[in-house]
Design a binder for this molecule. Structure first.
Ligand code: SF4
Length: 427
């Protein structure tokens, strides 16, 4: 979501005539889009701000803006702590910065098309971006209030974008060269419940699928309690929708799931996984997991570990719990020692590395089609429909094309391939 927000703000600044600087040292304005999902993310932002504080002493004309989830609606405390920051902008609320940029450039007041209305995206789209794979937010905010999570406090209640607006944006992105779009939301499965004409994600996927020139469609992030049969059927039945679902489990123990306010049990989660796998053969599943939630016993952690072994996800995003001030869980005693959290995280990471490697090895010798999204260290970099990272070499220009490759070598993180030729785009 932050990546999508950053692209959008960059697009709005570019539309005013600003251009990206090669480094903070060369910039007139630095905007930091912050994440506060974990303490470590905040630490990184504070480290960057520390550098900018020093830079501002050498270069007083530099302007610094802080946006994203670290900025609460009441920013008085932040202003005191970070007096060298000029703008504090809650997520998506960039009006003050855009207005100041216009003034400093001597531009007239914002035309309606440039306004950032009530914290939601408006046109223009990021100008001149050449990304093959893009993010399109479809729902903002979150109503779930998982007890460890700060997002609902910073991004507010769920607000769905109108179907026509989403379709128009996807068409525009495809017009600019996008071939793959990921529909984004903190809880993408609850899309549409708040629209005047009821709609859901399955219906939206159908509409977006009809956009000509779009080859692949994904969605992120799902919530197990909101993923219904209609959505599973849409993934199974719509050819452009990729066989890849991120379904955060967060814990493999029912007491912990309840304490996290996740609204499902491990049995319900496993039943859902079974139904998805039965209906979408070959589907890739990824998940998110927290280790060291307050009170997590060795047995409870072991149940999470066993669940990972049982399900054999393609990817696991695991993180150590850290209290986020203002959340319900922050009132609990953070009683799992740091070294225990670290040990549990290491065990999860080692397990998943072995599972990912085994899954990638199973692919070796087979053929697949990848959408080439870029070039890294002299190799073309593409993704399969199941979101596997594949590299191959070729002197041609493959960016934005579909390449057929035979898979030759696997690691836990990616697969190497050899080019066979170009694949025809879907009709
Ligand atoms: S679903 Fe839970 S974890 Fe995800 S953004 Fe909402 S509150 Fe946070």
């Amino acid at each position: 979501m932050n990546k999508a927000d950053s692209d959008r703000l960059a697009g709005q600044l570019e539309a005013l005539g600003l251009a990206a600087a090669p480094s903070a040292d060369a910039a007139d304005l630095v905007v930091i889009n912050s994440c506060s999902v974990r303490q470590s993310a905040e630490q990184r932002v504070l480290g960057k701000l520390g550098y900018l504080k020093g830079l501002r002493k050498r270069k007083p004309e530099l302007r610094v803006a802080l946006t994203g989830c670290m900025v609460p609606p009441d920013d008085a405390e932040l202003r005191q702590r970070l007096p060298f920051v000029d703008y504090f902008l809650p997520p998506l609320q960039w009006d003050a910065l855009l207005l100041a940029a216009r003034e400093s450039l001597g531009l007239p007041a914002a035309p309606a098309s440039l306004a950032c209305r009530a914290g939601e995206y408006e046109t223009p789209l990021p100008a001149g971006r050449d990304g093959v794979s893009r993010y399109v937010p479809i729902i903002y905010g979150c109503d779930n209030f998982c007890t460890y999570c700060i997002v609902p406090f910073r991004r507010g209640p769920e607000r769905s974008r109108a179907v026509d607006e989403v379709v128009a944006e996807v068409e525009a992105q495809v017009g600019q060269g996008a071939r793959e779009v990921t529909l984004l939301g903190q809880n993408v499965d609850s899309y549409g419940h708040d629209l005047p004409e009821k709609c859901d994600l399955a219906a939206l996927l159908r509409q977006v699928s009809a956009v000509e020139g779009l080859w692949r469609l994904r969605f992120l992030t799902s919530h197990p309690k909101d993923m219904n049969e209609r959505l599973v059927e849409a993934v199974a039945g719509l050819p452009k929708v990729c066989e890849h679902i991120n379904l955060p489990i967060q814990a493999g123990d029912d007491r912990l799931l309840k304490a996290m306010h996740r609204s499902y049990t491990t049995a319900q989660y496993l039943d859902l996984i079974g139904r998805i796998r039965a209906r979408v053969p070959g589907v890739a599943l990824s998940t998110d997991l927290i280790v060291g939630f307050p009170g997590e016993s060795a047995e409870e952690f072991q149940r999470s570990y066993d669940l990972l072994e049982q399900v054999r996800f393609d990817v696991v995003h695991a993180a150590m719990y850290s209290p986020r001030p203002g959340t319900v869980a922050a009132r609990l005693t953070d009683d799992v020692p740091a070294e225990t959290k670290r040990e549990r995280l290491d065990r999860v990471e080692h397990l998943q590395e072995a599972i990912s490697l085994a899954k990638h090895r199973e692919l070796v010798g087979g053929e697949t089609t990848v959408l080439v999204v870029g070039c890294a260290r002299g190799k073309w970099e593409g993704r399969t429909r199941t979101d596997k990272l594949v590299f191959f070499t070729d002197p041609g220009d493959w960016r934005g094309r579909l390449a057929r490759v035979t898979l030759t070598r696997a690691s836990a993180w990616s697969v190497q391939g050899e080019l066979l030729g170009e694949a025809a785009p879907p009709a």
